[in-house]
Design a binder for this molecule. Structure first.
Ligand SMILES: [Zn+2]
Length: 327
C-alpha cells in the first residue's frame, strides 16, 4: 500500500506498539481526513482485527469489514452535514460504545473524522474518556488542523503527522503576496487604503479557490459513493475550515508585522524583531509612526480578525481596517 511505504516510520511505531501490547489509547492522525489520515486509520484498525497470522492481510473478512467501515466494534463519527459539527451527543454515544464489551472480546475502537469539527461541548465530553480510557480501546482522531483541537485533548493523545499541518504559512503561495502587501504599508490615504484592502481580499479569494479545488479533488478520489448534495456540503465545510485556518495565519502575520513596527518606534532592541529580514522596510515604515499610532495599528488588525467572525462583508471589514492604518 502506498500509504504504508510513505509513512514507514509512523507505521513501524504502530506495529511495534501493537506487538508489544503498548499501543496508546488515543492517536491524533494529522493528514487528510478523507485521504492519507483515513488510510492510516484503516490500516491500524486492520491490525487490531485481522484474523491472519501476518497482520494486516487485507484479505480476511475482518480486514474487509474495516475497509468498508462495517466492523461491528468500530464506531465512525463525522460532522453532521447541516451543522458541520461533531455534536456532543455523538461523542456521548461513542463513550457508551467504548465502555461496552466488544462483540468478540477484543478491541473496541472509534474514529472521529475531521476531529477539528468538534464543538467545545463535544471536546469536553471526549476529554473524560481520554482521562480514563477503557481497557483495550483505541480512539483515532483524524484532522488536518490539529491546532484547532483543545490543547488538553492533544496532550492526552499521541500525534502521528502524515502531512504538513494545513497552515504552514511560510511554504504557502499566499505568504509572498502578503509580505509584498505589508511592504506597501502604511496607506497614504483613503484611496490607497481601499487599494490595499482589495489586495488582501484577492489574496484570500485566491486561497479559497485553491483550497476548494484541492478539497474537491480529494473528495472525488475518495468518495464515489456520496451523492452530489452531500458532496457539496462536505466540500463547503472543509473549504471553510481550511480557509479559516489561513485567515488566522494572515492576521497573525499582520499583527507580528505591526508589533515589529511598535518595537522599532519604541526603540526596543531590534534583535527581537519577528521579521529580521525585513528590518530596513520596517524601519522605514516606523519613521511614519508614533508609539500610539503603532499600537492603534495593532488594535486595528485585531479588530479586523474579530469582525471577520461576524457576518459582515469581508470587503467592508478590510476597507475600514486599512483606512485606520492611513498615515
Ligand atoms: Zn486480515
Amino acid at each position: 500500500m502506498e500509504t504504508m511505504d510513505q509513512y514507514a516510520d509512523a507505521w513501524k511505531g504502530i506495529q511495534k506498539g501493537f506487538e508489544d501490547g503498548r499501543l496508546a489509547h488515543a492517536y491524533v492522525i494529522v493528514g487528510s481526513p478523507r485521504g492519507n489520515a483515513l488510510e492510516f486509520a484503516e490500516a491500524i484498525l486492520k491490525l487490531l482485527y485481522c484474523e491472519a497470522p501476518k497482520k494486516p492481510c487485507n484479505e480476511c473478512t475482518n480486514c474487509h469489514r474495516v475497509a468498508s467501515h462495517k466492523h461491528v466494534d468500530t464506531l465512525w463519527i463525522e460532522p453532521k452535514s447541516k451543522s458541520r459539527q461533531i455534536l456532543a451527543d455523538d461523542i456521548r454515544g461513542l463513550i457508551r460504545r467504548m465502555t461496552q464489551t466488544s462483540f468478540d472480546g477484543g478491541w473496541k475502537s472509534a474514529v472521529i473524522m475531521a476531529a477539528d469539527c468538534m464543538n467545545p461541548n463535544s471536546e469536553n465530553a471526549l476529554l473524560k474518556t481520554l482521562e480514563e480510557p477503557p481497557a483495550k480501546s483505541l480512539l483515532l482522531l483524524l484532522t488536518d488542523s490539529p491546532q484547532s483541537l483543545l490543547p488538553t485533548i492533544l496532550s492526552r493523545c499521541q500525534k502521528i503527522v502524515l502531512s504538513e499541518e494545513a497552515t504552514h504559512a511560510k511554504n504557502s503561495l499566499w505568504h509572498a503576496s502578503l509580505m509584498e502587501l505589508l511592504g506597501e504599508l502604511p496607506p497614504t490615504g483613503g484611496l490607497d487604503a481601499s487599494r490595499l484592502a482589495g489586495k488582501l481580499k484577492v489574496i484570500l479569494d485566491t486561497v479559497k479557490a485553491e483550497i476548494s479545488t484541492a478539497v474537491e479533488e480529494e473528495l472525488g478520489a475518495n468518495d464515489e459513493a456520496l451523492d452530489e448534495s452531500k458532496l457539496k456540503e462536505i466540500l463547503e465545510a472543509r473549504t471553510n475550515a481550511q480557509l479559516k485556518a489561513v485567515q488566522s495565519d494572515v492576521f497573525r502575520i499582520m499583527l507580528d508585522w505591526h508589533r515589529d513596527i511598535l518595537m522599532l518606534v519604541s526603540k526596543v532592541n531590534e534583535k527581537h524583531l519577528i521579521f529580521p529580514a525585513s528590518q530596513s522596510l520596517l524601519a522605514e515604515q516606523a519613521t511614519q509612526h508614533t508609539p500610539v499610532s503603532a499600537l492603534q495599528a495593532i488594535q486595528g488588525v485585531e479588530g479586523m480578525a474579530i469582525r471577520l467572525n461576524r457576518n459582515i462583508p469581508i470587503a467592508q471589514i478590510f476597507d475600514e481596517a486599512f483606512r485606520k492604518l492611513v498615515r
